[in-house]
Design a protein around this ligand. Structure first.
Ligand code: ZN
Ligand code: ZN
Length: 330
């Protein structure tokens, strides 16, 4: 087994990549068996007919008389929209009240489905809902940043199998975004280009890690992937803010997401995963150096304490090998 250290251009972090023969085999408990569930579950708070189990709708996208996408407040919010944004200090320590918005986007009325089996049009409704929520929350003066996280399966942190995402709006910029912004700005100062745009050009030229592409988007396995089958979806055209996505791009993104999740589910045998939307802070105007994107992180292996102790991920699969495997997967 050989190994190498790879530096991630986007976070300036090192990753250890192994070339392990047993690399594709996920841990047994990583499997997320939602397909065996019913289409409609009377006990699921997100299923149609159970709308009274959740609070009011913040936003709904209808298909005929029924909702297709429904946005509700999180019933256990860790950040509250009703709070005033006050800064306090206690000796050398500072804090601000837990202000923010914590919403749940119920992405389909069907209980046991994921993107791979959905109509592209229905996925585009979800993306449209994301955009609408961004545009609405952007008006709130207290909010600085919005993140969307989808968690699939217990190992990814979700106990409800019904397809949904969490939207969190923060009064501060989360550290990981701050880090990406700083790295991208540093790169821009030296090269006078967006690091993400340069990375897209280079990935297309090398053609070792591109697994999907269409008119507006590209899906790659990052050079310094932290886990096996980690994916990144980027708009080909430079855009710093997700909410600037147009109608054509929404359809294009829906289509590439469907294919990416199809390949991921098939390759991992339906393992748990997280999908994260990273975009520029909402109050900043268009940035030349930052490029919005989606990261997909499968949860195939239990982490040892190594990552926490060192901040170094050990990935048992080379992204090139994983990309070859995914490209051929029909
Ligand atoms: Zn359900
Ligand atoms: Zn760019």
């Amino acid at each position: 087994m050989s190994s190498e250290f790879r530096k991630d251009l986007l976070s300036d972090k090192w990753v250890i990549i192994l070339n392990d023969d047993n690399n594709f085999i996920p841990d047994k408990d990583s499997k997320f068996d939602y397909k065996s569930l019913p289409v409609l579950d009377a006990n699921c708070p997100f299923c149609p007919g159970n709308e009274n189990k959740t609070k009011f709708s913040i936003y709904e996208l209808k298909k005929g008389n029924n909702w297709q996408v429904r946005v509700i407040p999180n019933n256990k919010p860790y950040l509250k929209v009703e709070t005033n944004l006050k800064r306090h200090t206690k000796d050398i320590f500072a804090y601000i009240d837990g202000t923010g918005a914590n919403e749940v986007i119920i992405e389909t009325p069907i209980h046991n489905i994921d993107f791979d089996e959905m109509e592209v049009k229905d996925i585009s409704f979800i993306l449209q809902a994301y955009k609408e929520r961004f545009l609405d929350l952007k008006k709130d003066e207290r909010m600085e940043h919005i993140i969307i996280i989808k968690s699939r399966g217990i190992k990814a942190g979700s106990f409800i199998p019904h397809l949904h995402s969490q939207l969190v709006a923060f009064p501060v910029i989360p550290p990981m975004i701050d880090e990406e912004l700083n790295e991208a700005e540093n790169y821009y100062k030296i090269k006078n280009n967006c690091v993400y745009c340069d990375m897209i050009k280079s990935e297309i030229k090398l053609d070792e890690r591109v697994i999907l592409s269409n008119e507006h988007f590209i899906c790659i396995l990052p050079y310094a992937s932290r886990v096996s089958f980690e994916m990144m979806i980027l708009p080909r055209e430079h855009k710093s803010h997700f909410y600037d996505i147009n109608e054509k791009e929404v359809m294009s993104l829906a289509s590439i997401l469907k294919e990416a999740i199809y390949k991921l589910n098939k390759a991992t045998g339906y393992s748990a995963y997280n999908m994260i939307l990273h975009t520029s802070p909402i109050k900043l105007s268009k940035l030349e150096y930052y490029h919005w994107h989606i990261e997909i992180l499968p949860k195939l292996k239990n982490f040892s304490g190594f990552e926490q102790a060192t901040g170094l991920f050990i990935n048992p699969t080379t992204p090139e090998e994983a990309a070859n495997y995914l490209k051929e997967l029909k």
